[in-house]
Design a protein around this ligand. Structure first.
Ligand code: ACO
Length: 332
């Protein structure tokens, strides 16, 4: 049975860099608090209308295809993970397909928030294992900046999010020791309202009302401490699940690439698993939490920095709104 191997990676970060000191101008926060509680120093914000989830994703995808030595015409299917599509419908995957000239190629949007890329890799892997497709583009792209409440009221959420995109090209391989070895995907909607954005949505009589704007339900809500507690349990759980499924031990893993939610979460995962700090990738200081884009951006950088070499065993793992969580174990 074929399985999906990662043939190319790419990333795109918007040109505009927003520092913690910039945020101090708009809300009662400070650089020291943000660094200490989250590890974030800067984040990138998209230029509205120009740098969108799909357009940034398309840039990342072009890079990934180039690295893989493939043409856009080689792509059989698109998987696009985002919680911030350009429109309520259609999804960003359709827009990205058009930008890449892939008109007629199937495009599936995935809505599992921070876990979107982990789900996306698994979906692509299943299509490739079944023999339905040979080359699948998996993209994570997000524009968070335009959804944030940039007043003191929204500071807990506003300081952590950033914009960007990352992409991976997955191709079929018959090498049993290469590619996505296993994935686990989880969700528990009991916790949906602990981290969510209520409006616009189809829950009530109207999608968006003046009242929703006035009462702030158009902004993301996060029960930060609650999310934090669940995250530090679910990350290690999902990693260990990949090991149980494959028979590897934690010492076999060369690099863990966690969703970049908070530096303290990453450190807690590293300590709970009792692995060396250099085995856990972190770039949150530069980009903040870019939701579904954070893992492909991190994976691309890890590759650029020589922290992923051919033959390495890499574990991608995420937790986020839903709650959703999961992991992939990948042999490069
Ligand atoms: N600047 C300054 N002070 C702040 C800020 C800010 N930006 N935000 C909150 N505070 C204050 C609070 O008001 C509170 O003050 P008080 O003690 O006077 O009441 C104090 O700082 C502590 O607030 P906490 O919320 O307890 O701070 P905590 O240490 O929990 O950090 C954070 C908050 C960073 C949000 C953390 O809880 C976190 O990272 N949670 C998890 C985030 C996550 O993993 N999200 C999942 C992915 S996102 C997705 O799926 C969409």
């Amino acid at each position: 049975m074929p399985r999906a191997s990662i043939a190319g990676l790419g990333k795109y970060l918007p040109k505009r860099i927003v520092t913690n000191h910039d945020l101090e101008k708009w809300m009662d926060t400070n650089d020291a608090w943000i660094r200490e509680r989250t590890g974030i120093e800067t984040r990138h914000w998209a230029e509205p209308g120009k740098e969108t989830a799909a357009s940034m994703g398309a840039e990342a995808a072009r890079q990934a295809l180039k690295q893989a030595g493939l043409q856009t015409s080689d792509v059989d299917f698109i998987v696009f993970a985002t919680l911030s599509p350009e429109y309520t419908f259609p999804g960003s995957g359709c827009l990205l397909g058009d930008m890449l000239g892939l008109n007629g190629v199937g495009a599936l949007d995935i809505r599992t928030q921070c876990t979107g890329f982990v789900y996306g890799l698994s979906v692509a892997d299943q299509f490739i294992r079944s023999g339905m497709y040979k080359t699948v583009l998996v993209v994570g792209g997000e524009v968070q900046s335009t959804a944030l409440n940039l007043t003191t009221e929204g500071r807990d959420v506003a300081v952590i999010f950033g914009d960007g995109a990352g992409a991976a090209v997955l191709t079929a391989t018959d090498d049993e020791n290469k590619g996505i070895l296993t994935s686990n995907l989880h969700a528990d909607g009991k916790y949906a309202r602990e981290l969510f954005c209520e409006a616009p949505g189809s829950f009530g009589e109207k999608r968006v009302t003046h009242e929703m704007i006035d009462n702030g339900s158009i902004y993301p809500y996060m029960n930060g401490r609650y999310v934090f507690k669940h995250a530090v349990t679910r990350f290690p759980e999902s990693i260990l699940e990949t090991l149980r499924a494959t028979g590897y031990s934690k010492d076999d893993i060369d690099l863990i690439i966690p969703h970049q939610a908070n530096k303290r979460i990453t450190e807690a995962v590293q300590q709970r698993l009792d692995v060396a700090p250099e085995k856990v990738f972190s770039n949150i200081h530069k980009y903040g939490n870019t939701t579904a884009a954070s893992i492909p951006i991190a994976m691309t950088e890890a590759m650029e920095e020589g922290r992923i070499r051919p033959g390495d065993l890499v574990c991608t793992v995420a937790f986020g709104s839903g709650f959703t969580w999961g992991a992939n174990l990948i042999r490069f």
